[in-house]
Design a protein around this ligand. Structure first.
Ligand code: ZN
Length: 300
């Protein structure tokens, strides 16, 4: 089976456990996760707290590893080869071209599978979270960047390996330049980095507390209202494009800002009934990535 296309039916029988790692642009998380999505020993550290990403993951694995552990799943913020072994590009992390799975397998003796972090998060939400029972679901993970994934009929949409890069949907072709080289991607308007930048430009307090910002906007504070309106409009534009493209039952917002983003998008109604779909916060919050990475490893 294609290791990047786990299905619910592929989640194996009881009592298996794997290590899940979620590499974010700012924080990395590790946990032991069983095949029912139960999490233990969840640990979070800053991604830049070790000299290299390999050192970081090795330290995280050593922190939680139990005797008998055989599998390690790692979610990375970028493109992963179809066999789940190499990082093709990793956005905020300098991992392009790295045989990350091979290096980690050699140093740990574990069976290692990589996947995109957005797909890992949606895998977890489908299995044990807010998308459980949904036939189709898209997910936007709002953190340092914007990740994404799409599932249809319980299976992850993979295309040639990298379908679902929803942070790079074009919202404004004349907008700011994105990391990917194009202009006006969803990520340059909707990520936590972008929200911070917009708040700075508006003279609002930083670092941004997204819920405080939403509350200020609801109370009528004009600078907060303007920033929230821009954020909400970009999120809505992303949801509208996703709906036009794949018409999912549900669009989930995950990542560190997922809950706030789900609240913000409710402030910007769809442009027309063509784009009407349900939006909701992810149920697993920012643990979805570690849970999904481990479930993918167990089902590979
Ligand atoms: Zn882009």
């Amino acid at each position: 089976m294609d290791p990047v296309a786990p299905t619910l039916s592929a989640v194996p029988g009881p009592s298996r456990r794997a290590i899940g790692v979620d590499l974010g642009g700012t924080n990395a998380r590790v946990a032991i996760v069983d095949d029912r999505g139960q999490v233990s020993r969840l640990t979070r550290v800053r991604t830049d707290s070790r000299p290299t990403v390999v050192d970081l993951i090795l330290d995280l694995v050593a922190e939680v590893r139990e005797s008998g552990t055989t599998d390690l799943g790692v979610g990375v913020p970028g493109q992963v080869s179809g066999d789940g072994q190499r990082v093709m590009s990793a956005g905020f992390l300098n991992l392009a071209g790295t045989d990350l799975a091979g290096k980690l397998a050699e140093r740990t003796g574990l069976r290692v599978v990589l996947d995109n972090d957005g797909r890992a998060a949606l895998t977890a939400e489908l299995a044990v979270g807010a998308a459980s029972g949904a036939r189709s679901c898209a997910m936007l993970t709002i953190g340092t960047g914007v990740g994404g994934a799409i599932a249809d009929r319980g299976e992850m949409l993979t295309g040639r390996g990298n379908a679902g890069q929803l942070g790079h949907l074009t919202i404004d072709p004349r907008g700011p330049v994105c990391r990917c080289g194009r202009r006006g991607c969803l990520e340059v308007f909707a990520s936590g980095t972008s929200l911070h930048r917009m708040a700075c430009e508006a003279g609002l307090p930083t670092p941004v507390d997204a819920f405080a910002l939403l509350d200020s906007a609801a109370a009528g504070e004009s600078a907060a209202r303007a920033v929230v309106a821009r954020w909400a409009a970009s999120l809505r534009a992303g949801v509208d494009i996703i709906t036009a493209l794949v018409d999912p039952e549900l669009v989930l917002f995950g990542g560190g800002l997922g809950e706030a983003a789900a609240r913000a998008v409710g402030l910007a109604p769809p442009g027309s009934s063509w784009y009407s779909t349900r939006t909701a916060p992810a149920a697993l919050g920012d643990t979805a990535g570690v849970v999904g990475a481990a479930l993918i490893a167990l089902s590979a």
